[in-house]
Design a binder for this molecule. Sequence first.
Ligand code: GUN
Length: 277
Amino acid sequence: MNNIIDGTKISLKIRKQVKTLLKKENITPCLAVIQVGDNKASLVYIKNKKKACEDVGIRFEHIKFNDTISEDLVINEIKRLNNDISVNGILVQLPLPEGFDEGKIINQIDPLKDVDGLTYPNVGNLVLENDCLVPCTPLGVMELLKAYKINLATKNVCLVGRSNLVGKPLIQLLLKEDATLSICHSKSLDIKNYTTKADVLIVAAGHPNLITKNMVKEGAVVIDVGINKEGNLLCGDVDFKEVSKKASLITPVPGGVGPMTVSCLLKNVVKAYKLQN
Ligand code: GUN
């Protein structure tokens, strides 16, 4: 039985849909990505985003600053992009170098162009279940669960991780689908007590092999959001080799949530375009 969730396949389907829509409506939205410094992982992520955008017909603007730039100059650039009607999405690639105030910088972005869904209005609207721009990785996780017809209303869901970018927005999206939730994090004393009760286990902790076979319920659906490097190889937060013997469905790394994040970013750029036009 094939129990591997094919994130690449589903993400390509979404990219095709976006491409078709842009062609049909004859529009070319634009995404601007601001990078500060030379974080190696960020370079790879930005390259992937650029390729995905250009493949579907979204214009991509990459604005790169040295880590010696001042916070004020980064903010000036965001203000310029806010005022540029040809730019529809603005994303500040995270993490920013040490010393930069991430919250202050991100909240300069016009909420209607905030394709990462990280500004205060978008965070608040997500909590209140108003339509808004929602962070891409949580959206990607929900799209995968939907594609595999997992009905969350009848499930115990355990989420490991509480980051602003993934864990916290996922809480809202899962609640909206009536999931019953337990949330674990780095200060939780006995993660296993919660993970073993989960019908759906979602892990976004950033620790390779955090989740081992003895921590997973037989037949669980396991979504691994982690992207870690071990030597030259990418791996998730879940011991895939062992846990895949026990899970009814499981995402691989790479090829699971990763490509979905990029596809949901494309959808968010189109959504931002429509909110502005
Ligand atoms: N760094 C890693 N993932 C992301 C993301 O989804 N958005 C931003 N802005 N930075 C990231």
